[in-house]
Design a binder for this molecule. Sequence first.
Ligand SMILES: Nc1nc2c(ncn2[C@@H]2O[C@H](COP(=O)(O)OP(=O)(O)OP(=O)(O)O)[C@@H](O)[C@H]2O)c(=O)[nH]1
Ligand SMILES: [Mg+2]
Length: 416
Amino acid sequence: MKVKKYTAASMREALEKMKRDLGTGAVILGTRKISRGGLLDFLGREMFEVTATTEDNVLATSGASRTARAAAGSRVSYTVGDSGAVATTPPEDFGRILSRQTPPAPGRKQPAGVKVHSRAGSSNVRELKQELKDLRSVVGEMAEQMRYQRMPALPPVLRDVYKKLVDIELEEQTAGDLIQKIYARFGEKEYNDMELVEKYLIEEITGMIPVAAPPRLTGKDPLVVLFAGPSGVGKTTCLAKLATNKRFFGEKRVAMVTADTYRVAATQQLGTFSEIADIPLEIAHSPRDITRAVKRHQDKEVILIDTPGGSQFNDKMLSELKDFVTAAAPDEVHLVLSVNAKPSDMQHAIRRFRAGRNMRLLLTKFDETLTFGSVAGVVRDAQVPLSYLTFGQEVPEDIEPANAGKIAKLVAGNVF
Ligand SMILES: Nc1nc2c(ncn2[C@@H]2O[C@H](COP(=O)(O)OP(=O)(O)OP(=O)(O)O)[C@@H](O)[C@H]2O)c(=O)[nH]1
Ligand SMILES: [Mg+2]
């Protein structure tokens, strides 16, 4: 069965296109509205799609229903053979013809009086195979429509880019916006040039990721930096990396404060590090302890504050954290999140830990994922500037300042 698709700005137009092409014998198999609705909906309208075939195609594949109609006594005429002669008795059911033509299983004798028409049989098998192929393609398209529900009407080459972006967990809305921008900006020759599309995509993704300016040390008051976030994301490790890496605060006068007194191991972790790196460490059991510790180290250039990790669903922990943050009055609060977390959990954590204008996002564990679409989407939506990225457990080297271009290239690397 030959299936065709007609796309237009209105359903009427799509139907007219179909009629022009298939004539009045057209049979509609399905219609759908292709939702656009992205921020960059450059055409400002929706598209409509009609999937259709011809009546001949349908009749040719529905022998059973013909027989049923004939049996019910309906007045149906049938075109027989190439001559176009019209008969009032239905042709034989396709299933019956096929069963007559099927050779007996090996070892079984052909019943007497039944002839085997092997050539006709093979042509029927060919037809069946073709139908199966068509059916598979229709089912494939339906599955695609379900998977990429918001896919805009696009030429095939851009549909592929869109699908890959969605497959690496970039939100469909963001993926749709990006691809529609490309479609709006470039002509056919250009959008078929994948190098150009990749370059443009990298530029666009870079532009959608906000990055924090590097911290400025005044030389007067210390820069107070606090790290918060879910458990196990790498807060303490980041603090240690920043305190000792010469690219950051490794050559500055640094003090460390930890408010993580819940786990014995947590204070030990920084205690050992403090001894090795010869950096003073204060342990704060209460918000008041934090205020005192910050006051005590006013001679330092940088004060780094570690906090206990906790679930964003734990209200008590979040309320205690808020008290610590208020007492520390930090210049910067870095919400530390691991990029291997689920995008929805990252989004939720950002909402729950949100800490005002001085908030930054510090993303860890880039070495523990291979798909980066979700990272770009989450950061774009949060609009919280990125501070640092980490990509391994080694202290102090596995950290670098956030770089939007680098994230964009990682995303593009997943697509092209
Ligand atoms: N692979 C990888 N591991 C990391 C990275 N950053 C930290 N880790 C590891 O993650 C684990 C947890 O790190 P911590 O620094 O203790 O995490 P935390 O957020 O302070 O944990 P809690 O204090 O328990 O909430 C350790 O094994 C770190 O070595 C990173 O960028 N990549
Ligand atoms: Mg910790």
